[in-house]
Write a new protein. Structure first.
Length: 152
Protein backbone atom coordinates (compact mmCIF):
# COMPACT_ATOMS: atom_id res chain seq x y z
CA UNK A 1 0.00 0.00 0.00
CA UNK A 2 1.24 3.49 -0.87
CA UNK A 3 2.48 5.87 1.79
CA UNK A 4 0.38 8.54 0.06
CA UNK A 5 -3.26 9.35 -0.57
CA UNK A 6 -4.71 11.67 -3.17
CA UNK A 7 -6.42 14.86 -2.02
CA UNK A 8 -8.92 16.69 -4.17
CA UNK A 9 -10.58 20.06 -3.85
CA UNK A 10 -13.25 21.38 -6.14
CA UNK A 11 -15.15 24.58 -5.67
CA UNK A 12 -18.37 25.92 -7.14
CA UNK A 13 -19.74 29.46 -7.30
CA UNK A 14 -23.44 29.36 -6.40
CA UNK A 15 -26.07 30.94 -8.66
CA UNK A 16 -28.22 31.63 -5.56
CA UNK A 17 -27.99 31.19 -1.78
CA UNK A 18 -27.64 27.58 -0.67
CA UNK A 19 -31.05 27.68 1.04
CA UNK A 20 -32.85 29.17 -1.98
CA UNK A 21 -35.50 27.38 -4.06
CA UNK A 22 -33.09 27.53 -7.04
CA UNK A 23 -30.65 25.22 -5.23
CA UNK A 24 -33.21 23.01 -3.48
CA UNK A 25 -32.69 20.04 -5.81
CA UNK A 26 -28.91 20.25 -5.44
CA UNK A 27 -29.19 20.33 -1.64
CA UNK A 28 -31.73 17.48 -1.70
CA UNK A 29 -29.15 15.29 -3.48
CA UNK A 30 -26.18 16.05 -1.19
CA UNK A 31 -26.71 13.17 1.25
CA UNK A 32 -27.18 10.66 -1.57
CA UNK A 33 -24.10 11.80 -3.51
CA UNK A 34 -21.98 11.95 -0.35
CA UNK A 35 -23.06 8.41 0.57
CA UNK A 36 -22.18 7.29 -2.95
CA UNK A 37 -18.69 8.75 -2.53
CA UNK A 38 -18.23 7.16 0.88
CA UNK A 39 -19.13 3.74 -0.51
CA UNK A 40 -16.94 4.09 -3.62
CA UNK A 41 -13.82 1.91 -3.92
CA UNK A 42 -10.75 3.93 -2.97
CA UNK A 43 -12.62 6.55 -0.92
CA UNK A 44 -10.74 7.55 2.26
CA UNK A 45 -12.20 10.73 3.83
CA UNK A 46 -14.16 13.90 3.13
CA UNK A 47 -14.51 17.26 4.82
CA UNK A 48 -17.84 17.68 6.58
CA UNK A 49 -19.31 19.62 9.45
CA UNK A 50 -22.03 18.67 11.95
CA UNK A 51 -24.63 18.69 9.15
CA UNK A 52 -22.77 15.90 7.33
CA UNK A 53 -21.71 18.04 4.38
CA UNK A 54 -19.23 20.84 3.67
CA UNK A 55 -21.52 23.62 2.41
CA UNK A 56 -20.81 25.71 5.51
CA UNK A 57 -17.09 26.03 4.70
CA UNK A 58 -16.55 29.18 2.61
CA UNK A 59 -12.80 29.92 2.29
CA UNK A 60 -13.30 31.27 -1.26
CA UNK A 61 -16.17 33.63 -0.38
CA UNK A 62 -19.79 33.41 0.71
CA UNK A 63 -21.02 32.46 -2.77
CA UNK A 64 -18.55 29.59 -3.20
CA UNK A 65 -18.88 26.07 -1.75
CA UNK A 66 -16.10 23.50 -1.46
CA UNK A 67 -15.74 19.75 -1.74
CA UNK A 68 -12.56 18.37 -0.18
CA UNK A 69 -11.80 14.66 0.05
CA UNK A 70 -9.02 12.09 -0.03
CA UNK A 71 -8.79 8.94 -2.13
CA UNK A 72 -6.52 5.94 -2.58
CA UNK A 73 -5.40 7.11 -6.03
CA UNK A 74 -6.35 9.08 -9.14
CA UNK A 75 -8.10 6.09 -10.73
CA UNK A 76 -10.44 5.65 -7.74
CA UNK A 77 -11.41 9.31 -7.70
CA UNK A 78 -11.82 9.36 -11.48
CA UNK A 79 -14.08 6.30 -11.39
CA UNK A 80 -16.30 7.95 -8.78
CA UNK A 81 -16.35 11.38 -10.42
CA UNK A 82 -16.85 10.31 -14.04
CA UNK A 83 -18.24 6.75 -14.02
CA UNK A 84 -20.77 6.58 -11.18
CA UNK A 85 -24.09 8.13 -10.22
CA UNK A 86 -22.13 11.32 -9.50
CA UNK A 87 -22.18 12.02 -13.25
CA UNK A 88 -25.92 12.81 -13.21
CA UNK A 89 -25.28 15.66 -10.76
CA UNK A 90 -22.28 16.92 -12.74
CA UNK A 91 -24.45 17.12 -15.86
CA UNK A 92 -26.75 19.54 -14.03
CA UNK A 93 -24.04 21.77 -12.57
CA UNK A 94 -24.91 24.75 -14.78
CA UNK A 95 -28.36 24.85 -13.18
CA UNK A 96 -26.82 25.58 -9.79
CA UNK A 97 -23.31 26.98 -10.35
CA UNK A 98 -21.80 29.86 -12.27
CA UNK A 99 -19.20 28.68 -14.83
CA UNK A 100 -15.68 29.60 -13.70
CA UNK A 101 -12.95 30.91 -16.00
CA UNK A 102 -10.08 29.86 -13.72
CA UNK A 103 -9.20 26.45 -12.29
CA UNK A 104 -11.82 25.22 -9.83
CA UNK A 105 -10.40 21.77 -9.05
CA UNK A 106 -6.99 20.61 -7.85
CA UNK A 107 -5.37 17.31 -6.89
CA UNK A 108 -2.28 16.67 -4.78
CA UNK A 109 -0.56 13.87 -2.91
CA UNK A 110 -0.31 13.87 0.85
CA UNK A 111 0.95 11.44 3.47
CA UNK A 112 -1.57 8.66 4.10
CA UNK A 113 -3.60 9.51 7.20
CA UNK A 114 -3.20 13.28 6.82
CA UNK A 115 -6.50 15.18 6.62
CA UNK A 116 -6.12 18.37 4.62
CA UNK A 117 -7.80 21.53 5.82
CA UNK A 118 -9.43 24.25 3.78
CA UNK A 119 -6.38 26.53 4.08
CA UNK A 120 -4.08 23.83 2.70
CA UNK A 121 -6.55 23.18 -0.12
CA UNK A 122 -6.87 26.91 -0.81
CA UNK A 123 -3.07 27.14 -1.15
CA UNK A 124 -2.94 24.19 -3.57
CA UNK A 125 -5.62 25.67 -5.83
CA UNK A 126 -3.85 29.04 -5.73
CA UNK A 127 -0.59 27.36 -6.71
CA UNK A 128 -2.26 25.57 -9.63
CA UNK A 129 -3.83 28.82 -10.81
CA UNK A 130 -0.53 30.70 -10.57
CA UNK A 131 1.89 28.08 -11.92
CA UNK A 132 -0.10 25.44 -13.78
CA UNK A 133 0.06 21.70 -13.09
CA UNK A 134 3.07 20.39 -11.16
CA UNK A 135 3.69 17.65 -8.60
CA UNK A 136 2.60 20.20 -5.95
CA UNK A 137 -0.85 20.81 -7.48
CA UNK A 138 -2.26 19.11 -10.57
CA UNK A 139 -5.38 18.11 -12.48
CA UNK A 140 -6.96 14.96 -13.89
CA UNK A 141 -5.71 15.96 -17.33
CA UNK A 142 -2.13 16.52 -16.14
CA UNK A 143 -1.57 14.25 -13.16
CA UNK A 144 1.59 13.12 -11.39
CA UNK A 145 2.43 9.91 -9.54
CA UNK A 146 2.81 9.94 -5.77
CA UNK A 147 6.26 10.79 -4.40
CA UNK A 148 8.66 7.89 -4.21
CA UNK A 149 8.31 5.84 -1.05
CA UNK A 150 10.94 6.46 1.58
CA UNK A 151 13.32 3.64 2.38
CA UNK A 152 12.43 1.84 5.61
Amino acid sequence: MSEYALAQLNIARLRAPIDSPELADFVANLDRINALAESAPGYVWRLKDDTGNATGFRPFGEDCIVNLSTWKDVASLSDYAFRSGHVEIMRRRREWFVPMEEAYAVLWWLPRGHRPGVLEAHERLGHLRAHGPSPHAFTFKTSYPPPLATAG
